[in-house]
Design a protein around this ligand. Structure first.
Ligand code: ATP
Ligand code: RIB
Length: 309
């Protein structure tokens, strides 16, 4: 059975500081902890899926700088394939400035995508074989839009299932959305893309219908600590999250997406996959950081065993 996943997306270095409150414009706040680590939605999702046991190829574009080593070191340490990385000789590796409120665990993020926003059609040509050999390709909106468009078109033409995590949200042509098999917005992104405020199960169903009318096949809307709404083959339900003490929810969506794909690639149905992904995300929000917060497969299995009732 083909269980390969290609993650086509961003790598950036996360520069995270914790603060007693999120600063208002013009305010300087004395923070407590600072951490630098691997991040970027694409990279976080790839690491989450890899640590969950999936066969993952990460495709991204780095700069020729020391921040690129954060990606390479992390991938080597985790035993990930580093053979499909592009380099920009002049544009630096991207970064994200992240502030996490130490009381509420809410965050503010500015992401500067840098080199991973410069993926060319020539770059993509060199990884067509990898994409074609995959069961799923998972994308986000943190790289240049024309690169995503090429990959979605190529994957769709070659029978590879396309999963689009619409973060950070931006407009997408209906003709491209029609080639997406599974869309995974959070509630804010779902509202931006459908015009429907997802504040109830009924509203989530309406938002899903907007996506279905555009040709998407399955809809997964993450709802933070409330869980995740899924509409698949006529069944529409919320899979609740696990109750845990969150200290940093940055990257919860990435944890969920990586876990969801890993489980789907193993052959689990969307409902089982959502439970697995929710466990992975619940473990990740109890740790600081994004990529470094992703749990191992053993930890996920143990967590699910402990929460089986
Ligand atoms: P981010 O942008 O911070 O990465 P997101 O908005 O894309 O996150 P969310 O909807 O906040 O994603 O969360 C994704 C999933 O993570 C949820 O569906 C849920 O399963 C899990 N999750 C998020 N927050 C919590 C929490 N506080 N406790 C337990 N699980 C959580
Ligand atoms: O989803 C979390 C990620 O968004 C962070 O790792 C940061 O890099 C931003 O891109």
């Amino acid at each position: 059975m083909n269980s390969k996943i290609t993650v086509f997306g961003s790598f950036v270095v996360d520069l995270m500081g914790r603060s007693p409150h999120l600063p208002v414009p013009g305010e300087t706040v004395k923070g407590s902890i600072f951490k630098m680590g691997a991040g970027g939605k694409g990279f976080n999702q790839a690491v989450a899926a890899h640590k969950a046991g999936a066969d993952v190829t990460m495709i991204t574009k780095l700069g020729r700088d020391t921040f690129a080593n954060v990606a390479l070191d992390t991938m080597k340490e985790l035993g990930m394939d580093t053979g499909h990385l592009f380099y920009n000789e002049t544009e630096g590796t991207g970064i994200a400035l992240i502030i996490v409120d130490e009381n509420t665990s809410q965050n503010e993020i500015v992401v500067v995508s840098g080199s991973c926003n410069t993926i060319t059609k020539e770059d993509i040509k060199t990884v067509e074989d990898v994409i074609k050999a995959s069961k799923y390709v998972l994308l986000q909106f943190e790289v240049n839009a024309d690169a995503n468009e090429r990959v979605i078109n190529f994957a769709h033409e070659n029978g590879v299932k396309v999963v689009l995590n619409t973060a950070p949200v931006q407009p997408i042509e209906d003709s491209l959305l029609a080639k997406v098999d599974i869309v995974t917005p959070n509630e804010v992104e779902a509202e931006a893309l459908t015009g429907i405020c997802v504040d109830s199960l009924e509203a989530a169903k309406k938002a899903a219908k907007v996506f279905f009318d555009k040709g998407v096949k399955e809809v997964v809307i993450t709802l933070g600590s409330r869980g995740v709404f899924i509409s698949s083959n006529g069944r529409e339900e919320i899979v609740p999250s696990f109750k845990v003490d969150a200290i940093d929810t940055t990257g919860a969506g990435d944890a969920f997406n990586g876990g969801f794909l890993a489980a789907l690639a193993e052959g689990k149905d969307v409902w089982e996959a959502a439970r697995f992904a929710s466990a992975l995300a619940a473990l990740s929000v109890q740790r600081l950081g994004t990529t470094p917060a992703m749990p191992t497969r053993e930890e996920i299995d143990q967590f699910l065993k402990e929460h089986s009732a």
